[in-house]
Design a protein around this ligand. Sequence first.
Ligand code: 3H9
Length: 701
Amino acid sequence: MKGTVHYEKKDDIALLTIDNPPVNPLSSGVRQGLHDGVNQALGDDDIQAVVITGAGRAFIAGADISEFGGDSKGPGLHEVLAKMEGSAKPIVAAINGTAFGGGLEVALCCDYRVAAPKAPVGLPEVKLGLLPGAGGTQRLPRLIGAEKALQFILSGDPIPAPQAQKLGIVDEVASGDIVEDAIAFALAKVAAGSPTRKIRDEESKVAADRGNAELFANARKDSARRMRGRFAPEMIIQCVEAAVNLQDFDAGMKVEQTCFAQCLNHPQREALIHMFFSEREVTKIPGVPRDTPVKDIKSAGVVGCGTMGGGITMCFANAGVPVKVLEMNQEALDKGLGVIKRNYDIQASRGRMTSEQVDGRMALISGTTSYEDLADADIVIEAVYENLDVKVEVFKKLESVCKPGAIIASNTSGLDIDAMANATSRPGDVIGLHFFSPANIMRLLEVVRGSKTDKTTIATSMQLGKTLGKVAVLSGNAPGFIGNRMLAGYTRQAGEIILQGATPYQVDKVIQEFGMPMGPFQMNDLVGLDLGWRARKLAGMKQEDVPITARVADKLCELERFGQKTNRGFYIYPEGSRAGQADPEVVKLVEETSAELGITRREIGDEEVLQRCLYALINEGARILEEGIALRPCDIDIVYTNGYGFPDVTGGPMFWADKQGLDKIHEGILKFRDEYGDFWTPAPLLERLAKEGKTFASLQD
Ligand code: 3H9
C-alpha cells in the first residue's frame, strides 16, 4: 500500500501525520492509516482530541489521481470520512500546506480547521473533469452558502488560508507552529466543553438558499460561457442544488456519488488527467537529470520591443525579474514601452492588478538603444524580425557584449537555432525560447535545443519557464519545431478543402465545434493575412509559384482585406467587434479561385473536414516523434493544448488519436492518399503502430 500515517500521543491528543511524499495524496496506505489512527484514538480513553496534519510541504493534495480507473486497495475514502465524522472526540485539521480536493474534503470532515498562513486550499477537481466527490459539494454549501461554494468549486482555483478564513472555510490561521497551534486549539475546545461541530448538521446556510432558482441559473450561464463543452460543471451544479433542496444530508451525498461516478467514467476525465500527468512528464528530460546545475537568472535582456519582445519583457517583469529591452532607436523604444504600459493599464482598469502593481512592474523594465547595456544580463532573448540573416547578425552582436556564461536565446518560431549558435563562439549557451503571442498570456514555451546546447542551458531554460509561469516543452531543432511544423499540414488542408468545395465558414464551424477557440480562417484574420502576402511579394514570388492554398488569402490582400486589423478579411468585422460575419463576396472569390485552378467543387461533409485537418496534424506529429524532435507523444499534446487552442478535454492530438484508434486514422489517411495524393503518405511510425494494434501512449510505457 502506498503512503502511511504516523500516530503519536502528545499528552491528551492523538497526532496523526500523513506521510506520502511528495504531496501526501490519499493513496491506499494513507486511507488505511487515517482509518486505523482515528479508531485507535477513539478506543484510547486518555485521548481527548485528534489532530491531523501532513508531513512535508502539503497537508493532502487530494485523492491519488494515479489510482483512478484501476483497482484500489484498503478502505474507501467515504468509509474513512464516516469514521471521522462519527467521532465523539473533536478532530482538528492542522493544515500545514496544500489542502486540495479530497484533502480539503478530509478537513471539512474534521470538526475544526486551523491553517498555516501560506497554506493554499482549493477544490480543483473540475480541472480534472471531476467534482469534489468526498462530500465537498454537500459540506461546503452548508459551511459558506451555495453561491460562494459554487464559485469556489466551479473555478477550481485555490485560495490562501487567510482568504479561506474570511470565507468561513478555515476557523483559525496559525500564528506560530501549525501543529502546536492546532493542538492548543483542540485543547481549548475540549476545555470549553463544546468539542465537536459536524458540518453535515449545519442547516441554516442551505435553508437560506432554498428556492433561489436564480442562483443556479446564473451558475449555469456563467459556466456555459467560461467552460464551454465541459461535462463536470453541470454535475457540480446539480450536486450543490441537491445540497440546498434535498434537506437530508445523506440524500445529497447519494446525488454526489452518482454525479461523481458519471464524471469518473466520462472521457473528459481521462483526457484531463492525461493533461495533468503530461504537464509534469514534459519537465523530465532524458540525459538532463533533475540535479543538473542551473544558472541563477537575476536579470534579463530582450532585443526588440515589438509585439513579441514587448510581451516577453512583460513576462520577466511579471515574474519580478529586472529586464532591459533594446530597440534600434529611441522612437521605436518609446513606442514599445508605451504599448507595455498601456497593456498593464488595461489590466488595472479591469481590476486584474492595482496601479501600484503596474508601477512596480514598470520599475523593473528599462529601455536602451545600446547593445553594451545588455552586458550584465544573465539571459538575453532576441525577438527581432523573423529572418535568419537578421537574427544571425543580432547573435554576433550579442556574443560580443554578453558576459561569459550568459544564456543567449532566440524567440524564433521555426528558424535554425544551430545557424544562430554557430555565429557565436559559445554555442553551448545558445537555445531557442519560442514564446507564443501574446507572450505575457500564452502558457506555452517551446525550448529548442541546438546540437551544441549544453545541459545547464537546457535545465536553466526549463526552470526559467517555470519561473515565468509557463509550461516549457523541449523540442529538437528542425524547421517549425513541434508546433508550427504540425500546423503547416493543418492549414494546408483547410486551404485545400475550401478550394474543393467547402466554405471557410464551414471549416471554421467544424473546428470550433470540435472545441478549438477559433478555426483556421478566423485565426488567419486575427494574425493578419498580409504577413504571408508581403513576405511573398518581398521575395519576388511569381503568382504561379504561390501555393494554391494561399491564393484566396492573397486575393483578399489585393483588396486590402488584411483581416481584423482592416475590419475585413475572410470575415467582415463590424467596427469595434471581433466577431466576424460571413461574407458572400468571399465565397464568390473562393469559387472563382477554384474555377481558375480547374478544381471542380463538390459538397464536403463536416466529418471529412474534421478528419483532414486533424489527421494532417497527427500524421506530422508521428513523424516528429520518430525523428526525435518531440521526446514523447505527451510533449506534443502539451504543445498543442497550450499553444494552439487544441481542446484539453480531448487530451491533445496524440491522445485523441489513440482514443480514436490508430488503425482508423491510418485507414483514413490511406483513403485520403488515394483521393488527394502523396501529402497523405502515412508516417512510418503511425503505420507500424496501427498495424501492431498499438497506441502512441505505448511508446511511453
Ligand atoms: C480528488 O481529490 C477527488 C476527490 O474529490 C474525490 C475522491 C473520492 N495524486 O505538481 P508537482 C504527483 S481529485 C497523485 O510536480 P508541485 C505529481 O504527479 C484530486 N499524484 O508538485 C508529481 O509526481 P512526479 C484533486 C499526485 O509542488 C508529484 O506529485 N487534487 C497528486 O508543483 C509532485 O507534483 C488535485 O487536483 C495527486 N493528487 O505541486 C491536486 N498531486 O514527481 C493536483 C500531485 O512523479 N496536484 N501528484 O511527476 C497539484 O495541483 C499539484 O501537484 C500540487 C503540488 C499543488 C499538489
